[in-house]
Design a protein around this ligand. Structure first.
Ligand SMILES: Cc1cc2nc3c(=O)[nH]c(=O)nc-3n(C[C@H](O)[C@H](O)[C@H](O)COP(=O)(O)OP(=O)(O)OC[C@H]3O[C@@H](n4cnc5c(N)ncnc54)[C@H](O)[C@@H]3O)c2cc1C
Length: 389
């Protein structure tokens, strides 16, 4: 097969890139190791920045998002029993939209299928070659046969555990990492949310988040020890622990039900630099991970794709490489802003027993500042709704 761009990974980054390249008349193939059903069933993010909504519009796939997505003008913080509303719209003039990653993926997959875009699911042993020269190649195995794709560029959109980043010589890559000493136990359930808006909870027993995917489907999280096994948490134990971390009004409105999905996600901040190696360009989780506290992972994948699609479109329209040369620097500037914000929100809201009473007092002072200073509130709000591309 010969294409202009070989995209590895059919997550949000790969699919969005595929759609934007298709609209620009650039020929691409998406190679994905899993089945389409598996990718669609992965429960992950759900809060979209305004810039990401605009990207979906540009990609021509925002109809259902506008019809079914929930526009949120703010969220609440319940800190040590005290509630404070962050008025995102009042502070920034911008909003966020609650729309599940599974829905984003479905919309993009359907658009690709109706455009006749080339996709190969269940592609085994994907490997990337010769990206330091002018004729990169990708090999994979499908139905017991070996295949090779010749291309001009490889887009590594294959997530944190993908094959592209590890294919770069270690000497060419600098990694920065922070692993947090806890995880998030998440439950998805078909029960109405406790509140119209998200509630972030900082409690003596640990962090909790009341989130949702729709008016009838809730997503809840509680901070848990890293060593915990998801099988050891019954639904009843989860609801009981969540209720303990809420205040009376939220407890009174909490509707429990059987979990549709339950999982533990470790929390990590990670950045690999640079994001371009010759004709291999990384995007999304393939290059960076943030703890989900700031709702930035999916949104960062979208901003990388914004810069990458622009760079490839410029290259194929004019032969210029200015945007390709600037790609890594542009992405990393925004990535580090989101890494800082996600780290800061994680530090503000989680229980860090090793930080002792001093650590908790600092969190209290931070919350006090946040709720008494418009400047501090605006700083949080403008990062939460997303910094401009
Ligand atoms: C459990 C979990 C919960 C999360 N919750 C949130 C949240 O609440 N809020 C938030 O903002 N973000 C959250 N995130 C992060 C967010 O989901 C990711 O940032 C987002 O999925 C990044 O998209 P991506 O396309 O870069 O990577 P991915 O979605 O990981 O997609 C990568 C794709 O590449 C495929 N792939 C991997 N290896 C290969 C290979 N060798 N060959 C071919 N294909 C391959 C994978 O199967 C996958 O389909 C969560 C992530 C996880 C794991």
């Amino acid at each position: 097969m010969r294409v202009q761009v070989a995209i590895i990974g059919s997550g949000p980054a790969g699919l969005l890139l595929g759609q934007l390249l298709h609209l620009a008349g650039i020929d691409a193939v998406i190679l994905e190791q899993r089945s389409q059903e598996y990718v669609l069933g992965r429960i992950r993010a759900g809060v979209l920045e305004q810039c990401m909504v605009e990207m979906m519009e540009r990609a021509g796939v925002a109809q259902r998002l506008h019809a079914e997505g929930l526009v949120h003008h703010g969220f609440e913080i319940l800190f040590g029993g005290e509630r404070h509303r962050m008025d995102l719209h009042g502070l920034t003039g911008k909003d966020v939209t609650v729309y599940g990653q599974t829905e984003v993926t479905l919309d993009l997959m359907q658009a690709r299928a109706s455009a006749g875009g080339k996709s190969v699911y269940e592609a085994d042993n994907v490997s990337v070659h010769d990206f330091d020269g002018t004729k990169p190649r990708v090999r994979y195995r499908k139905d017991g046969r070996e295949h090779e794709v010749e291309c001009d560029f490889i887009a590594g959109c294959d997530g944190f555990h993908g094959v592209c980043r590890p294919s770069v010589p270690a000497s060419a890559l600098t990694e920065h990492e922070r692993v947090y000493p806890f995880g998030w136990l998440g439950v998805l359930a078909d029960v109405p949310p406790v509140s119209e808006e998200l509630i972030y909870v900082s409690h003596d027993r640990g962090f909790a988040l009341c989130s949702m995917r729709s008016r009838t489907r809730s997503r809840y999280y509680i901070q848990c020890p890293l060593e915990d096994k998801v099988e050891a948490w019954s639904d009843a134990q989860f609801w009981e622990e969540l209720a303990r971390r809420l205040d009376d009004p939220a407890r009174a409105r909490l509707v429990t039900g059987p979990s549709l999905e339950k999982s533990i996600a470790p929390l990590r901040s990670y950045v690999a630099e640079p994001m371009r190696f010759g004709r291999l360009l990384l995007a999304g989780d393939a290059a960076h991970i943030v703890p989900p506290t700031g709702a930035k992972g999916l949104n960062l994948a979208a901003s990388d794709v914004h810069y990458l699609s622009q760079a490839l479109i410029e290259h194929y329209r004019s032969g210029a490489s200015r945007e390709l040369d600037a790609y890594s620097g542009r992405c990393l500037r925004r990535v580090w802003q989101a890494v800082r914000f996600s780290w800061w929100m994680t530090n503000l809201l989680h229980l860090f027993p090793e930080n002792g009473s001093f650590g908790r007092k600092i969190q209290c002072a931070e919350f006090d500042y946040l709720t008494s200073s418009r400047a501090a509130g605006t700083s949080l709000a403008e990062n939460y709704v997303g910094l401009p591309y």
